[in-house]
Design a protein around this ligand. Structure first.
Ligand code: E4P
Length: 216
């Protein structure tokens, strides 16, 4: 399973990268706005040490505008994936960008039919948002199960990025379902290593080792 880091915070990405856990990065306008810095500068800093795809989102609403923005963003770095919203205009843009070998990530996907359309349009990635579905009383992870199954039924190459992850159980369930990628907020990645029995076990081993040392 590939891990993307879901943030535009360069230091958080660097920390996860030093831990060997960064196969790519996803950003969105909200995450970039949080940083209060120049977008291009952030993107170039991330690309200076991340080799995998870095998702950068367009903000146009018509296909022509999205395509123009996508070409521009794609020129900034060698490993861009252009995030395109899940609309008919977006799907038109995805088709054109696919023909130009520009990687796309269809974002704001909330249904299996939307994911099917994204694959048919030739998207490189699709991002079903599970946390936001959970927030409104749906079972976000069921969408991942459906999309993984549908893509397998027809052999689509589009990779599933489990997005809008809120806690470690989301990552665990996505992995069980065979999703290609989880895009994980840094705080969730931090929590994934924790287990109270690990802490207790380390403490006990160290205490017992002190007794061994005293005897030698
Ligand atoms: C990633 O590609 C998405 O933009 C992100 O996971 C959305 O997460 P949120 O629902 O927590 O804003």
């Amino acid at each position: 399973m590939k891990f993307f880091i879901d943030t535009a915070n360069v230091e958080a990405i660097r920390k996860a990268h030093e831990r060997g856990m960064v196969d790519g990065v996803t950003t969105n306008p909200t995450l970039v706005a949080k940083e209060g810095r120049d977008f291009r500068q952030i993107v170039e800093e991330i690309a200076s040490f991340v080799e995998g795809p870095i998702s950068l989102e367009v903000v146009s609403e018509d296909a022509e505008g999205m395509i123009e923005e996508a070409r521009e963003l794609n020129g900034w770095i060698d490993n861009a994936a252009i995030k395109i919203p899940m609309t008919w205009e977006g799907l038109k843009a995805v088709r054109v960008l696919a023909s130009e070998d520009i990687k796309t990530n269809v974002t704001l996907c909330f249904s299996a039919n939307q994911a099917l359309l994204a694959a048919k349009a030739g998207a490189t990635f699709v991002s079903p948002f599970i946390g936001r579905l959970d927030d409104v009383g749906h079972t976000g992870m069921q969408l991942i199960a459906d999309v993984v199954q549908i893509y397998a039924n027809y052999g689509y190459d589009t990779e599933v990025i489990v997005a809008s992850i809120r806690h470690p159980i989301h990552v665990y369930e996505a992995a069980l379902l065979g999703a290609d990628i989880a895009t994980i907020p840094p705080a969730v990645l931090d929590k994934m290593v924790n287990h109270p029995l690990t802490d207790v076990g380390i403490k006990r081993f160290l205490a017992d080792w002190e007794r061994v040392k005293k005897k030698s």
